[in-house]
Write a protein that binds this ligand. Structure first.
Ligand code: GUN
Ligand code: ZN
Length: 431
């Protein structure tokens, strides 16, 4: 570590508690003339600019003016290998997978291509203010090494894992029960806990893993209970029918995981739109994480996630782009879509709730909320400077905003990578 102490000036937004459980005025903390002190890659102090300038006279000062300093975004479910096929037109889940996704993922046997896309993907998300992602890879170990290497080069905190599939996938994109277990174990041993990396055991979803493969990965999770496990659950009606036909004895979709040791705290279940009461109860009981992917759910035509209902029932919920089923790399656009989905369900989300979901909520879903997702002392210094007047259209709205939430909401609804003025990762300015 260098001995340089950095002091960032700007408006500062942080969270003291969950704005779904407490009034947002209490849950959020906004300092108009605020400052953040960074030492050794971590946040050392947060407070009023005048105070912190006085107590840190030798700090290197970066003045972001009226930019809003917040935690970097956390994207709790992505497929980095789908970067190059994002926004592919006109298919439902199963044919979208077969037409666009699987052919592209087949290319990742090539370590060089995997490295190229890993670098391209992380540069894109950093430009969008996202400082941590939880990513699926492909079946190829090369794809896992590539993303962890690219993240380490940028000192990004990341979660990733080898996607496992041993049926219903094309040639060149299937592993086996044994190789899924062996490769996942070797990659987990190689990367988990190294620097800022965390491993997630990653069976893609029930249709593409035999029960034997799910059992093997359940056994692996039992050997390493502190790693995460990520998969897909109840995304589309047709998919659920397919799971029923493949596993006629299962009580429901979740049971195909539960019966194989793949339900637990530390389990991340993407989409989770069409849940039965039994599934909701079990997910709640074990404190599993549900990941809302709103741009994907509208883009692929999946359905409307019940944020308000599940949150009220006390579920652990994160927000995600689901690149490239999701149609954007931006968590701002993702918050906007979450708002729109809430509107269609008659439950509008407040700007504080949306922003919490994209930062602390997503970090909490990944069990990383003691390290990232908020601006508070001791947290890793993953920080963005958000320009709340980044385009003429947004600026003319923000100009007469009554408070911080009105101003922020305009950027949530209309903002994109142009709103991200700076991205600090682990206490260093990356872009
Ligand atoms: N279900 C299984 N695989 C995928 C995927 O790659 N994207 C989405 N959206 N759903 C899936
Ligand atoms: Zn997904």
């Amino acid at each position: 570590w260098s001995n340089i102490v950095d002091l960032l000036l700007g408006q500062v937004l942080s969270f003291k508690s969950n704005p779904f459980e407490h009034p947002f005025e209490e849950a959020a903390r906004h300092i108009f003339k605020g400052a953040i002190v960074i030492e050794n890659g971590k946040i050392a102090a947060v407070g009023d600019a005048a105070d912190l300038l006085k107590t840190h006279p030798t700090a290197r000062v970066t003045d972001y003016g009226e930019r809003l300093l917040t935690a970097g975004f956390v994207d709790a479910h992505v497929h980095y290998p789908q970067t190059a096929i994002i926004a592919s037109w006109g298919k439902r889940l199963i044919d979208w997978l077969n037409t666009y996704t699987f052919p592209e993922e087949t290319r990742f046997f090539d370590a060089e291509y995997a490295q190229e896309i890993s670098n391209r993907y992380l540069d894109l998300v950093l430009a969008n203010g996202t400082t941590t992602v939880a990513s699926y890879c492909t079946i190829h170990p090369e794809s896992v090494n590539a993303i962890f290497t690219a993240a380490a080069e940028r000192d990004m905190r990341i979660v990733a894992g080898k996607t496992c599939m041993d049926r219903n996938a094309p040639d060149g994109l299937r592993d086996t029960v044994q190789s899924a277990y062996d490769d996942s174990k070797a990659l987990l041993e190689k990367w988990h806990g190294v620097g800022r990396a965390g491993y997630a055991i990653t069976p893609r979803f029930s249709p593409t893993s035999t029960p034997e493969q799910l059992q093997a990965l359940g056994a692996l999770w039992a050997e390493y209970p502190d790693v995460l496990m990520q998969t897909h659950l109840s995304e589309q009606v047709d998919e659920i029918e397919w799971v029923k036909s493949l596993s006629p004895d299962a009580r429901d979709y979740l049971d195909t995981y539960e019966s194989c040791g793949l339900l637990g705290k530390g389990g991340l279940y993407g989409h989770a739109i069409y849940l039965t009461d039994r599934e909701k109860d079990r997910l709640k009981e074990v404190d599993a994480s549900l990941i809302h992917c709103p741009t994907s759910n509208t883009f692929i035509g999946s359905g409307l996630f019940d944020m308000a209902g599940l949150m009220a029932d006390g579920h652990r919920i994160g927000l995600a782009t689901d690149t490239g089923g999701g149609s954007n790399f931006s968590m701002l656009r993702t918050m906007a879509a979450a708002y729109e989905v809430g509107q269609l369900r008659g439950t509008p989300l407040h700007a504080a709730q949306l922003y919490w979901l994209a930062t602390q909520g997503a970090a909490r879903a990944l069990h990383l909320d003691d390290k990232i997702g908020n601006i508070s002392v001791g947290m890793e210094a993953d920080i963005i400077a958000l320009n709340m007047s980044s385009t003429p259209a947004i600026a003319q709205r923000t100009q007469h905003a009554e408070d911080i939430w009105e101003a922020l909401f305009a950027t949530i609804m209309m903002g994109d990578d142009r709103a991200i003025d700076a991205t600090w990762v682990g206490g260093k300015l990356l872009c």
